[in-house]
Design a protein around this ligand. Structure first.
Ligand SMILES: NC(=O)c1ccc[n+]([C@@H]2O[C@H](COP(=O)([O-])OP(=O)(O)OC[C@H]3O[C@@H](n4cnc5c(N)ncnc54)[C@H](OP(=O)(O)O)[C@@H]3O)[C@@H](O)[C@H]2O)c1
Length: 426
């Protein structure tokens, strides 16, 4: 029998508890032995819970798990940085394998945690930390192991994808849809981590470090959220043949890795454009396998618990059969991250200008001086003194766009730059 210490009995923890009970027989057959939840750490032992269990298994003292020699496996599902990080380190130090779904801790401390697990000869599995129920970490480590991964795109945050989908399909503004997402429980009361792109940045950082066998400095990952996207941008994207998605991107270049999160125009024809609502997807290109896409529920009680229980089963099997940890994936490369100013993209730019002759000519002159060439221009005539101009550039380095924008902002007839969104040619 393998004994488990479960930290957290919230959304995911209760899902894990249920699956381990419901599928106990199948799990035993597949692992080779019984799995038993020996102790469950919670914050509030007196909280009313919908699960059926002996109250004796609940504790609010981590030492009852860390110091319990009978517990082989710690499953961390409390979330946040601390004490989760400290508990993971303490468990590894005491020779226990660890399963977690904590993207923040893994993204920040991946190398330290992997190194410690290797040193102690135990496992650390974290499939649930990225894209919930969609298998992506193990496929990257195992199924695509024969490939050089060249690029990887993800829609990795369900909240932002839900908001952008509703804005697109129902022509509603950002604030209204965010409020609805919060009332439906798709967005947190404090949605900052999702909306700002931080959540997706943790996840693409984890995927990049595996795909490119390197250590990723989170601070070097360019992150931009969806707060600035207006309904007007969504409608113009549609008119130009695109949809707007919050994309997490990781690309291999000779001179470094291009890892970033930002809203992007993607062709309406691309499979990722069809990933709607709270669904997530990963689209990658390996030199042998070509293009592969995985799609599914990127969060939620049971989808995430599905990934966590599979991780538990793998760790339990290896403990039971006394197989040493065989994850030889180390951060053997020292790839630098490419600064966003050096990344090439096409850009969509929406400006408000005075309705006067010659304004467009002044703008295109500035672009010409900065080697920015235009792919399309939409000038809307409205019965107003201020009119929008929408431009789409050809591929150009971001620093050239930035120089152009500084000069354009200085023009007397330019009222404001409403939005600049990258166009990703997938
Ligand atoms: N929810 C999802 O859809 C999802 C998807 C993918 C990954 N994840 C990750 O899974 C992890 C868990 O998320 P969740 O949504 O299940 O969280 P949750 O619903 O907030 O549950 C957290 C649980 O941890 C316990 N807890 C919190 N802080 C604690 C502390 N300091 N000491 C002891 N117990 C503590 C809570 O105890 P009480 O019950 O007593 O309050 C609760 O049972 C996070 O890392 C999250 O990022 C979640």
């Amino acid at each position: 029998m393998i004994k488990i210490g479960l930290l957290g009995l919230g959304t995911v923890g209760s899902g894990v508890f249920s699956i381990l009970e419901k599928h106990a027989e199948t799990i035993k057959r597949k692992v080779g032995t019984d799995l038993k939840i020996e102790k469950v750490l919670v914050k509030d032992k007196d909280k009313q819970r919908d699960l059926d269990f002996d109250d004796q298994i609940l504790t609010d003292d981590i030492d009852e798990i860390i110091n319990n020699k009978d517990i082989d496996l710690l499953v961390e599902l409390i979330g946040g940085e601390n004490p989760a990080y400290n508990y993971i380190i303490a468990a590894l130090n005491s020779g226990k394998s660890v399963v977690t779904a904590n993207k923040l801790v893994i993204a920040k401390y991946e190398q330290e945690i992997m190194g410690l697990a290797r040193e102690k000869g135990v496992q650390i599995n974290y499939e649930g930390s990225v894209a919930g129920g969609i298998p992506v970490i193990r496929p990257l480590k195992e199924s695509f192991a024969a490939n050089k991964i060249e690029r990887l795109y993800g829609i990795l945050n369900g909240t932002t994808n839900y908001i952008l989908t509703k804005m697109t399909n129902e022509e509603r503004e950002f604030d209204e849809v965010l409020a609805e997402a919060q009332s439906l429980g798709y967005a947190e009361r404090d949605p900052h981590s999702d909306i700002s792109g931080a959540d997706a940045a943790y996840k693409i950082s984890i995927l990049s470090s595996i795909a490119f066998e390197t250590s990723i400095d989170l601070n070097g990952v360019y992150v931009e959220g969806i707060e600035g996207i207006e309904l007007e941008d969504i409608k113009l994207a549609e008119e130009l043949g695109y949809v707007i998605k919050l994309l997490a991107i990781a690309k291999y270049h000779q001179d470094g890795l291009d890892v970033r999160v930002h809203p992007a125009f993607i062709s309406k024809e691309h499979p990722l454009a069809l990933v709607n609502d709270v669904y997530n997807a990963i689209y990658l290109h390996g030199d042998a396998v070509g293009d592969v896409m995985s799609y599914g529920q990127g969060a939620g009680r049971m989808p995430t618990a599905s990934a966590v229980v599979a991780d538990i089963m793998q760790a339990a099997r290896d403990i039971y059969y006394q197989r040493p940890e065989v994850d030889n994936l180390d951060s053997i490369y020292n790839h630098d991250l490419v600064n966003i100013s050096q990344v090439e993209n096409s850009f969509y730019l929406r400006l408000q200008v005075k309705d006067k002759p010659g304004v467009l000519a002044q703008i295109t002159k500035i672009f010409g001086e900065n080697q920015v060439s235009l792919a399309s221009v939409i000038q809307k005539h409205r019965l107003s003194e201020i009119v929008p101009i929408v431009l789409v550039t050809h591929q150009v380095k971001e620093e050239n766009i930035n120089k152009s924008l500084t000069a354009i902002k200085g023009l007397d007839d330019v009222i404001s730059i409403k939005n600049l969104i990258r166009v990703e040619e997938l």
